[in-house]
Design a protein around this ligand. Structure first.
Ligand SMILES: O=C[C@H](O)COP(=O)(O)O
Length: 336
C-alpha cells in the first residue's frame, strides 16, 4: 500500500461525531436504464486474479499502522444481529461503540478519542440503541425489511422501515429480493428499492445485495447498478447470514459499479462490505482496495463502512501489540 505508506491517517482520524455521518448530496437515483444493466459485465477470471494479488501485496508501513487501524474503527458499523440479542447486549455494544479503544492505548499513540461509525441492530432494538447512544453523535443503523431473507410482503417491509425511522434510526439496511435478481426481473428490484428509499425519508438507505446468493459476479454488477439507479445511498455485500459473505472479488465488482455510477451521475454512493470480516489485516486490505479504486474521498465514514461484529476485537488486540511491541507472527507478515 505505497500511497497509504506515505500518508498518515493520524491527522484525519477523528471522533466519528466530528465527521459527516451521512454524505451529501444524497444519491437522487435515475430512471432504470435497462441497456446499461444489460451491458453490465464482470470478467470473473480477471477479477479473481486481481483479487488474489490484493492481500499479499498490500501493507501499511509499521509507523502508520496504528493510525490506519484507528481510522478503520471509525468506519465500523458495530453490529449485533443474533437471534438471542438482548437489550443489555445492545446497551453494552453501544457503550463499546462510544469508547472502542482503551484510553491508555490512545494516550500511548497520542491519538484523540474516536467512536465507531455506527451501531447496527435489528429493527426492534432501535429504540434501545438510540437511547444508549444519546449525546454520542453515533447513528443507529437498523436492519429492516424482514432481515435477513427479506421475504415478508412489501407493505410489511415498508412499514418496518417507517417504524425504524420513527424510532430514531438514521440509516436503514434493507435487503433486496434475490429471487428477482436470479430471474432477471431488474424492474422489480428497481421498483422495490425505490419504494424502500421513499419509506426511509431522510434516513440513508443501504442496499444489501446478499451477493453470496446472487449466483454470478455479473448479477452482482447488475444488482449494484439497479440499486444505485433506484437511489441507494450505500450498497452492501451481505447480511452476514449467507453461506458466503463479503469477498474481495465481489468487492471489486461493486466498487467498480460505484465508480461507473459516479462517473455517469456525479453521485457518490457508499460501500459496505459485511459479514466475515474479523481480522485487522483484512480491514487494511479493504482500505487499500478502496483507496486504489475509488480514492481518498471514499475513505471516510460517510462513504465507507465495515459491517462487522468481531473486527473491533482483533483491531484492539493489534493496537495493544503496537503499544507493547508484542507483534504476532501473522501480523508481522502482513506488515511486510
Ligand atoms: O452487517 C453485518 C454483518 O451481519 C456482520 O457479520 P459478522 O458477524 O460476520 O461480522
Amino acid at each position: 500500500m505505497e500511497n497509504q505508506a506515505t500518508a498518515t491517517a493520524s491527522s484525519d482520524t477523528k471522533s466519528a461525531s466530528q465527521l459527516p455521518q451521512l454524505h451529501e448530496p444524497r444519491n437522487a437515483g435515475m430512471e432504470l436504464d435497462m441497456d446499461w444493466v444489460a451491458a453490465a459485465q464482470a470478467n470473473t477470471s480477471a477479477i479473481e486474479r486481481r483479487a488474489k494479488t490484493l492481500p499479499g501485496r498490500r501493507s501499511v508501513k509499521k509507523e502508520y499502522q496504528a493510525a490506519w487501524l484507528l481510522k478503520a474503527i471509525t468506519m465500523i458499523d458495530l453490529t449485533t444481529l443474533s437471534g438471542d440479542d438482548t437489550w443489555g447486549r445492545v446497551r453494552r455494544l453501544c457503550a463499546k461503540a462510544a469508547h472502542p479503544v482503551r484510553q491508555d492505548i490512545l494516550d500511548a499513540l497520542d491519538m484523540p478519542p474516536i467512536t465507531t461509525g455506527a451501531v447496527c441492530v435489528y429493527h426492534d432494538m432501535v429504540e434501545t440503541a438510540v437511547k444508549a447512544l444519546d449525546g454520542t453523535g453515533i447513528p443507529v443503523a437498523a436492519v429492516s425489511t424482514g432481515f435477513p431473507a427479506g421475504l415478508s410482503p412489501l407493505p410489511l417491509r415498508l412499514q418496518e422501515i417507517r417504524e425504524s425511522v420513527h424510532a430514531g434510526a438514521k440509516e436503514i439496511d434493507i435487503v433486496i429480493s434475490r429471487r428477482h435478481a436470479l430471474t432477471g426481473n431488474w424492474q422489480a428490484i428497481y421498483d422495490e428499492m425505490r419504494a424502500m428509499r421513499e419509506s426511509c425519508g431522510d434516513a440513508h438507505v443501504k442496499a444489501i445485495l446478499a451477493t453470496g446468493e446472487l449466483g454470478t459476479l455479473r448479477n452482482v454488477a447488475k444488482a449494484s447498478l439497479v440499486c444505485m439507479m433506484a437511489g441507494a445511498d450505500f450498497i452492501k455485500t451481505s447480511t452476514g447470514k449467507e453461506p458466503v459473505n463479503a469477498t474481495l472479488p465481489v468487492s471489486l465488482v461493486m466498487i467498480r459499479a460505484i465508480r461507473a455510477y459516479h462517473a455517469r451521475t456525479g453521485f457518490r454512493v457508499g460501500y459496505k462490505p459485511a459479514g466475515g470480516i474479523s481480522k485487522a489485516k483484512d480491514a487494511l486490505t479493504y482500505l487499500a482496495l478502496i483507496k486504489d479504486e475509488l480514492g481518498d474521498r471514499w475513505l471516510q465514514p460517510d462513504l465507507f463502512r465495515f459491517g462487522a461484529s468481531s473486527l473491533l476485537g482483533d483491531i484492539e488486540r493489534q493496537l495493544e501489540h503496537q503499544v507493547t511491541g508484542r507483534y504476532s507472527a501473522d501480523y508481522r507478515h502482513a506488515i511486510g
